[in-house]
Write a new protein. Structure first.
Ligand code: FAD
Length: 514
C-alpha cells in the first residue's frame, strides 16, 4: 500500500506516470469495498455544495464498513503527507470534506449498514442504529414507514448524512426542545485517526464520544450512530406570521422556545425578508401556498427596510380531535404580536413537512440555482448581541436580500452538552443566523464572500458574543479565537485520537505531521 501511495504521489507531482492495476491495489489493501482512481470518478470528490473550493484527491474509496475504513486510515498513517477525508454528501460549502492529494472515503457506500431498532431499558423501541453514511431523509422515511417512529431533532434539509451533521451539530426548529442532533445520540462506532475501531458513549470511552460530536471530523469517522426516537406524529399545522418590529419578533420567538414541553409549538424558526416585492427576497417569499396572497397594505407605515417572519409548526396525530388541535393552535397564535392579517397557514403530512426543502431542491435543480455557488455564512449569536446584528447587518448591509433565505431563530444552550466539541456563544438564549446565498458564477461570488468576511470582522470588532456555525477559517489564530477557552481541550483531543492529523484536512485546523 505504501509503495502504491508513493507512486501515486509521484504521479500527482507529475514526475512519473506509472500504470496501476486497480485490482492489485485493492488486493494489497485487502478492502471489501473499492478504490477508484479513474479521474472522472475522482472528479466527483473535487467539489462540494459551495462550489467555491476544489481539491484533488489521489483516490476515492468506497468502503463497505469500519474494517475497510480502519485499513485506509492505518495505511495513510504510514505514507508521508497522506490525509483522509470522510465525505458524507459533500454538502459543506468550503471544502470541509475534501483533501488535496489524500484519500476520500465515500461514506454513502456504507449507507445500508446497521438500521436496527432497539429497545433499551425495557421500554418501547426508542433507538435506531444507523450508518454514519445514511442520509437523514432515508432514516426518516424508513423509521416512519416501518415502525411509526422518528428521530426528534432534525436539520431543515435532510439530504445530509448522519456522520456529516453529527460532526457539526445538526440544528433546526426542533432544537429548542430536544437540543441539536448531537444531543440525541446515545452511542457511536468511530474509526479514530489511529485506525482503531471504537464503540463510545457517555459511559464507554466518553472522551472520544464527546470529542467526535461537533468535532468537525477531527477525531474519528463515525460509522454507526444510535439515534433517539419518538412516536411519529401524522400531521403538522405549519404557520407563518409577519412582524415589522424586530423586538416583537424576538420577544415572541423567545417566549415560544422558553415554554414547557407540551405548552408551545413543536418547531420554531424564523427568517428576515426585504420589505419589497422582490420575488426571491421580498414579500412573495412568505406565503406557504401559491394561492395565498401577501397584502402589503397591511404592513404598518412605521416598518423599516426589512420584515421578520416567525415560522412555527404544531404536530398531531390523526386520532386527535380536530377541535382540540384548533383550540390549542389558536390559543398559541393568539398570544403573538404579529401584524394582523399577515398570517399564513397550511396543513401537511409530518413527513412532507420534514421533507419541505426537498421540494425547494427539485425546483432549484430545475432552474440551475442548486448548482450555483453558495457562499453561505452561518452564525450563532447571543441574545445580547442580536439587536446590534439586526441593526447593522439585516437592516442596513443586507436590506435588499441575499438571493436566498436569511434564517434567524433562537436556541437554548441548556439543551446542548458542554462536553461535546461544538463551540457556542455564552448566553442561554442564542440565535442561529444563516445567510443562505445562491450567487451566479462570476464577480458576484467574490463580492458575497467578501461581504461574509466583512460581517464576521464586524462581529469581532464590535465584540459581539458569537461563533461561526459550520465554521470556516484559514489560520490557526482564527481557530484559536473560534474555540476560545475550549481550544486547549480541542488540541488535546486531537493529540489523543488523531495525533498525526490525518483526518478531515479540509477543515484546515491542523496540518498532517511529516
Ligand atoms: P460533508 O459535507 O460531506 O462533511 C462535513 C464534514 O464532516 C467534513 O469535514 C467531513 O470530513 C466530515 N464527515 C463527513 N462524514 C463523516 C463521518 N461519518 N464521520 C466523521 N466525519 C465526517 N445544517 C444544520 O445544522 N441545519 C440545517 O438545517 C442545515 N441545512 C442545510 C441545507 C442545505 C441545502 C445544505 C447544503 C446544508 C445544510 N446544513 C444544515 C449544513 C450541513 O449540516 C453540513 O454542511 C453538513 O456537514 C453536511 O453534511 P454532509 O453529510 O454533506 O457532510
Amino acid at each position: 500500500m505504501i509503495a502504491y501511495l508513493e507512486r501515486i504521489l509521484q504521479d500527482t507531482d507529475g514526475e512519473s506516470k506509472p500504470h496501476y492495476d486497480i485490482s492489485s491495489i485493492t488486493k494489497s489493501l485487502d478492502l471489501q469495498g473499492s478504490i477508484l482512481t479513474d479521474s472522472t470518478i475522482i472528479s466527483t470528490a473535487t467539489q462540494d455544495f459551495g462550489h467555491l473550493y476544489s481539491a484533488h484527491p489521489l483516490a476515492l474509496i468506497k468502503p463497505t464498513g469500519p474494517d475497510d475504513i480502519a485499513r485506509v486510515v492505518k495505511a495513510a498513517s504510514l505514507a508521508p503527507h497522506v490525509t483522509v477525508a470522510a465525505k458524507g454528501n459533500a454538502h459543506s460549502v468550503s471544502g470541509q470534506a475534501m483533501t488535496d492529494g489524500g484519500l476520500v472515503i465515500d461514506m454513502r457506500s456504507t449507507e445500508e449498514n446497521h438500521f436496527r431498532l432497539l429497545t433499551i431499558d425495557g421500554r418501547s423501541p426508542n433507538y435506531i442504529d444507523v450508518s454514519g453514511g445514511a442520509l437523514w431523509e432515508d432514516v426518516l422515511t424508513r423509521c416512519v414507514s416501518e415502525f411509526g417512529l422518528a428521530p426528534r431533532s432534525w436539520t431543515d434539509y435532510l439530504g445530509l448524512t448522519v456522520g456529516g451533521t453529527l460532526s457539526n451539530a445538526g440544528v433546526s426548529g426542533q432544537a429548542f426542545r430536544y437540543g441539536p442532533q448531537i444531543s440525541n445520540v446515545m452511542e457511536l462506532d468511530v474509526v479514530t485517526g489511529k485506525g482503531d475501531i471504537t464503540v463510545c458513549s457517555e459511559t464507554q470511552n466518553p472522551e472520544l464520544f464527546f470529542s467526535v460530536l461537533g468535532g468537525l471530523g477531527q477525531f474519528g469517522i463515525i460509522t454507526r450512530a444510535r439515534v433517539r426516537l419518538q412516536t411519529a406524529p401524522d400531521m403538522v399545522r405549519w404557520i407563518r406570521v409577519v412582524y415589522s418590529e424586530f423586538e416583537e419578533f424576538t420577544r415572541d420567538a423567545e417566549f415560544l422556545v422558553s415554554q414547557k414541553d407540551g405548552e408551545s409549538f413543536d418547531y420554531v424558526e424564523g427568517f428576515v425578508f426585504s420589505n419589497n416585492d422582490d420575488p426571491v427576497n421580498g414579500w412573495p417569499s412568505v406565503p406557504l401556498d401559491p394561492n395565498h396572497g401577501f397584502n402589503p397594505a397591511l404592513i404598518p407605515s412605521t416598518a423599516g427596510s426589512v420584515l421578520y417572519c416567525l415560522e412555527v409548526a404544531f404536530q398531531y396525530r390523526k386520532s386527535d380531535q380536530p377541535s382540540t388541535v384548533d383550540t390549542v393552535v389558536s390559543g398559541l397564535v393568539k398570544g403573538l404580536s404579529y401584524v394582523e392579517g399577515l398570517k399564513f397557514e397550511v396543513e401537511v403530512r409530518y413527513v412532507e413537512f420534514l421533507l419541505r426543502v426537498k421540494r425547494v431542491e427539485e425546483e432549484a435543480k430545475a432552474s440551475g440555482v442548486w448548482d450555483a455557488p453558495h457562499p453561505w455564512l452561518n452564525l450563532f449569536i447571543s441574545k445580547s448581541s442580536i439587536p446590534d446584528f439586526d441593526r447593522t447587518v439585516f437592516k442596513d448591509m443586507l436590506k435588499d436580500g441575499i438571493g436566498g433565505p436569511m434564517l434567524i431563530y433562537p436556541l437554548l444552550r441548556s439543551k446542548w452538552d458542554n462536553r461535546t466539541s461544538a463551540a457556542l456563544p455564552d448566553s442561554e438564549i442564542f440565535y442561529l443566523v444563516a445567510l443562505l446565498r445562491s450567487v451566479p458564477e462570476g464577480p458576484l461570488v467574490e463580492k458575497a464572500v467578501a461581504q461574509n468576511r466583512e460581517i464576521v470582522e464586524w462581529c469581532i470588532k464590535e465584540g459581539l458574543d458569537f461563533k461561526q456555525y459550520l465554521p470556516h477559517y484559514q489560520t490557526k489564530e482564527d481557530w484559536k479565537r473560534h474555540f476560545g477557552n475550549q481550544w486547549t481541550r480541542f488540541v488535546e483531543r486531537k493529540a489523543s485520537f488523531d495525533p498525526m492529523a490525518i483526518l478531515a484536512p479540509g477543515q484546515k485546523i491542523f496540518k498532517r505531521t511529516q
